[in-house]
Design a protein around this ligand. Structure first.
Ligand code: GRF
Length: 201
């Protein structure tokens, strides 16, 4: 049976493309990228997804009375498309109760720090400014908090003596592009997803 994935993205979509590449290359057997959800009609990810002819639902929150309303519409899209796992890859909104209640345990998020350190926006810059010797990448289940759900997998990225914020960011993104497909592969291979379990690589 194929697990149908939905990927939510708001910006560049490099992680979405890395995940799609992994599926296309056969690195994630049993998975299909069945829907992209984007909350930003002008985001670069929209044209990239259209180029690849993937199904996309783009919305503008201003067209809805409130968060519960657009989340209800997303929920309907997910249900109609038979989605089994939601991957937040640079989706810049907190998931509210309308989506979380029916999907909790089946939503994962990618974050560019070693959580619980540096949650929220600009995590790479936060770590850089704090002068840490290592930071990294986390994939975790989504709960109602900001980057606070149970961790599935983490990978450390060392800060090198000659790093700039840009070179460190580049290595973190490369790590994300590898780790996220690995986690999805492991979750798909494990079957039922309502299990919160740390994956060891
Ligand atoms: C990634 O660094 C991800 O960890 C964070 O947002 C960024 C998205 O990048 N949540 P992209 O849109 O996948 O290129």
């Amino acid at each position: 049976m194929t697990l149908r994935l939905a990927v939510f993205a708001s910006g560049h979509g490099s992680n979405l493309l890395a995940l799609h590449d992994a599926i296309q290359d056969g690195r994630i057997p049993g998975a299909e990228l069945a829907l992209v959800v984007c909350d930003h009609p002008a985001a670069p990810v929209v044209s990239k997804v259209r180029e690849r002819k993937l199904p996309i639902f783009v919305f503008n929150s201003k067209d809805f009375p409130g968060k519960a309303d657009y989340e209800q519409t997303i929920h309907e899209q997910l249900t109609e498309n038979g989605i089994g796992l939601i991957v937040l890859a640079g989706y810049l909104r907190l998931i509210g109760p309308t989506l979380l209640k029916p999907w909790e345990g089946r939503i994962i998020n990618l974050h560019p720090s070693l959580l619980p350190k540096f949650p929220g926006k600009d995590a790479i810059k936060q770590a850089w400014k704090a002068g840490v010797s290592a930071t990294g990448v986390t994939v975790h289940f989504v709960d109602s908090g900001i980057d606070s759900g149970p961790v599935i997998a983490q990978e450390q990225v060392w800060r090198k003596a000659d790093d700039t914020l840009e070179t460190l960011s580049e290595r973190i993104h490369q790590t994300e592009h590898r780790l996220l497909p690995e986690v999805v592969r492991a979750l798909v291979a494990r079957g039922p997803l309502r299990v919160w379990e740390k994956i060891r690589f």
